[in-house]
Ligand binder design. Structure first.
Ligand SMILES: NC(=O)c1ccc[n+]([C@@H]2O[C@H](COP(=O)([O-])OP(=O)(O)OC[C@H]3O[C@@H](n4cnc5c(N)ncnc54)[C@H](OP(=O)(O)O)[C@@H]3O)[C@@H](O)[C@H]2O)c1
Length: 287
């Protein structure tokens, strides 16, 4: 497959490019240097020039808190540029895989969200991503849309890297324990995306690693596994705190576990548990 990956310098985009190449596919990394997605009018021609069989849209404005005060940029990248990507692909008859998020849901449910549950975004980033999904679907109803959550990988910044840094510096960490989700490794997400493309999947799918955790559970696991692997760890205590003890500009869903029944049937192999995926990520980071 010839696959163009937008956001190719980001966490997921870079891992996807690496895994596509490793699997013998032609990966075209497409970054902000090719086109800044805030220049929406330039997106269509720049993408169409490559005539890729698949375009995977990993580019996104992902700064959830900053989006609250910079909504124009968030909507330009996550909604308007996403629409332009879909228009480009439609224009030359390619296929589109658009990446979206658990944040489209409000987190008030107490059982995993299915693909057809009703979104109700509770912040600017969340709204811009949901609007992006709808814009993509309106242009290209056949588009493949994959929602994932709590992403970590060796490239870019994420919760795992933040915990490793703080755990090497501090005696105590205080971590929110009343937000529940499924930590997901870019390696496993990228592999799942490749299978979906190979199977020419269409419509919406949820993918995360298996299992659920609070941010506190995740932090405890990161520190334990990092210590076992020999990372420098100074921290002695990880203290659970409520969300109210760590105020942020953007509200976050309290429960954002995604139901994976639909994608399990397509993948045809077990999805690794988040803890196993965490160890894989830490081993890669160690290299
Ligand atoms: N991170 C998570 O926890 C999470 C959770 C659920 C879903 N997702 C979704 O997963 C996808 C990938 O996320 P990620 O974690 O890989 O994000 P990321 O590491 O922040 O990568 C996003 C990429 O988008 C690019 N980008 C941002 N603004 C741009 C602009 N104006 N023009 C061109 N490129 C721009 C960034 O380029 P620069 O490197 O130049 O800034 C970066 O390469 C996104 O759709 C995100 O919404 C992420």
């Amino acid at each position: 497959m010839k696959v163009l990956v937008t956001g190719a310098g980001g966490q997921l985009g870079s891992e996807l490019c690496a895994r596509l190449s490793r699997a013998g596919h032609a990966a075209i990394p497409f970054t902000r240097n090719d086109v800044d997605f805030t220049q929406v009018a330039r997106v269509r021609d720049a993408l169409a020039a490559h005539q890729a069989e698949w375009v995977v849209n990993c580019a996104a404005y992902t700064q959830v808190d900053k989006a609250e005060s910079d909504s124009a940029t968030a909507f330009a990248v996550n909604r308007d540029a996403a629409r332009a990507v879909a228009e480009a692909v439609t224009g030359y008859g390619g296929r589109l895989l658009h990446v979206s998020t658990d944040f489209v849901f409000d987190g008030t449910q107490s059982h995993p969200y299915r693909e057809d549950d009703t979104p109700n975004p509770i912040g600017v980033y969340a709204q811009s991503k949901w609007d992006g999904e709808q814009a993509v679907r309106a242009v290209l109803p056949e588009a493949l849309i994959v929602r994932t959550a709590w992403v970590h990988g060796t490239h870019g910044n994420n919760f795992v890297k933040t915990m490793l840094r703080l755990a090497a510096e501090r005696e105590e960490l205080r971590v929110v324990d009343d937000q529940i989700g499924s930590p997901s490794w870019t390696g496993d997400i990228a592999d799942a995306l490749i299978v979906l493309m190979q199977q020419d999947a269409r419509g919406c799918y949820h993918f995360t690693n298996e299992g659920v955790a609070s941010w506190y559970d995740f932090a405890v696991a990161i520190i334990h596994e990092a210590r076992v692997l020999g990372f420098p760890i100074k921290v002695q205590r990880v203290t659970p705190i409520p969300t109210s003890g760590y105020p942020t500009p953007a509200r976050r869903p309290a429960y954002s576990v995604l139901d994976k029944q639909k994608i399990r049937a397509v993948l045809g192999r077990p999805i690794p548990h988040w803890r196993e995926a965490l160890v894989s990520m830490l081993r890669e980071l160690q290299k």
